[in-house]
Design a protein around this ligand. Structure first.
Ligand SMILES: NC(=O)c1ccc[n+]([C@@H]2O[C@H](COP(=O)([O-])OP(=O)(O)OC[C@H]3O[C@@H](n4cnc5c(N)ncnc54)[C@H](OP(=O)(O)O)[C@@H]3O)[C@@H](O)[C@H]2O)c1
Length: 300
């Protein structure tokens, strides 16, 4: 499997595609905004004018796009992958999307004698660039076996699930953790600041304790610096919280904590921070407490 199509060259997609080029794969790429493909074209990737054209040229297609709606359009639209897919080809979607979407696409590809796998990932663009993503793969075992060597270029741990929606759900559960952890940290920052405990002191105590997590340290540092440049958009975190709540509702599982978290991410997006990193939820909690950055400097 040398001919790979890659669609979706955003924060995550670009370093993933670059890694595949570095590993010697022949890449055909497409992105809604063509300019984002320039750096890859400069490194030898070929451009195609539509997902359909990418599918015509590839044995394996990888997508890393925003959401379920975009994925359905890319797969099933008039210029979509299914219009050009080769028999026995495999489409692996690595985005975070809904279980309904992955189940529906698995059926549609089977009808065309092709395969659809869902392989959502845990990790950020740096992990993507280093091949250190964690990957949850679900779907047809033979298709998985065929594309496993390619996935091993992108991730250093892979969990395989026979039912496609198990992988989809695993990712939603993982992101529920991330949403909860960022809010636990953000509220600790705001509370601490108000009562005169600096972020540095807080992070040091966490690091020395059983409460620590690498994420608290990495996000704690950027939040302390008030660096909200996006690694993972706040609007995408809201999308994932919505997906988890909807999936849990269908499974008759109440998620009371995540329901509150959802309100705070709605507020983050409503205040205009949707294009910032999801850690910008800190600013919502600061507003709720009436804590200003100036006050923080005085107290911190
Ligand atoms: N960032 C992370 O740390 C991270 C980690 C794990 C998983 N994820 C998931 O991975 C996926 C991609 O995330 P990202 O951070 O790379 O997001 P991103 O930078 O916003 O990239 C999204 C990609 O989807 C494309 N797209 C969006 N809407 C589209 C539409 N209607 N039709 C066609 N293409 C469309 C975008 O094209 P344009 O360039 O034209 O906008 C872009 O290529 C998301 O599902 C996200 O939840 C992200």
């Amino acid at each position: 499997m040398r001919d790979i199509g890659f669609i979706g060259l955003g924060i995550m997609g670009r370093p993933m595609a670059e890694r595949l080029l570095d590993a010697g794969y022949v890449l055909t790429v497409f992105n809604r905004t063509p300019q984002k493909a320039e750096p890859l074209r400069a490194r030898g990737a070929r451009w195609a004018d539509s997902p359909k054209e990418v599918a015509r040229r590839s044995e394996l297609l990888i997508t890393m796009i925003a959401d379920s709606e975009a994925l359905e359009e890319i797969a099933r639209g008039p210029e979509g992958i299914l219009q050009g897919i080769r028999p026995a080809a495999i489409h692996v979607d690595m985005s975070t999307v809904s279980p309904e979407t992955t189940e529906r696409l698995e059926r549609a590809y089977r009808e065309r004698e092709a395969a659809f796998l869902h392989a959502p990932v845990l990790g950020n663009w740096r992990h993507a660039a280093e091949g250190k993503l964690l990957i949850f793969v679900g779907g047809d075992p033979q298709a998985y076996q065929r594309c496993e060597p390619v996935l091993r270029v992108l991730g250093h741990r892979i969990w395989y699930f026979e039912r496609i929606v198990q992988a989809t759900h695993m990712k939603l559960i993982a992101n529920s953790f991330i949403a909860g952890m960022i809010l636990t940290l953000a509220q600790a920052f705001v509370f601490g600041r108000r009562v005169g405990i600096s972020p540095d002191c807080l992070l040091e105590v966490l690091e020395a304790s059983a409460l620590n997590a690498p994420m608290y340290q990495s996000k704690g540092r950027t939040m302390r610096e008030r660096d909200f440049r996006p690694n993972f958009y706040a609007r995408h975190m809201l999308k994932d919280v919505d997906l988890a709540l909807e999936a849990a509702r269908r499974a008759n599982v109440p998620l009371p904590v995540l329901s509150v978290i959802r309100e705070l991410f709605i507020s983050t997006v409503a205040r205009g921070f949707g294009e910032e990193d999801y850690s910008a939820v800190l600013k919502v909690l600061e507003e709720m407490a009436g804590v200003t950055p100036q006050e923080q400097t005085l107290q911190g």
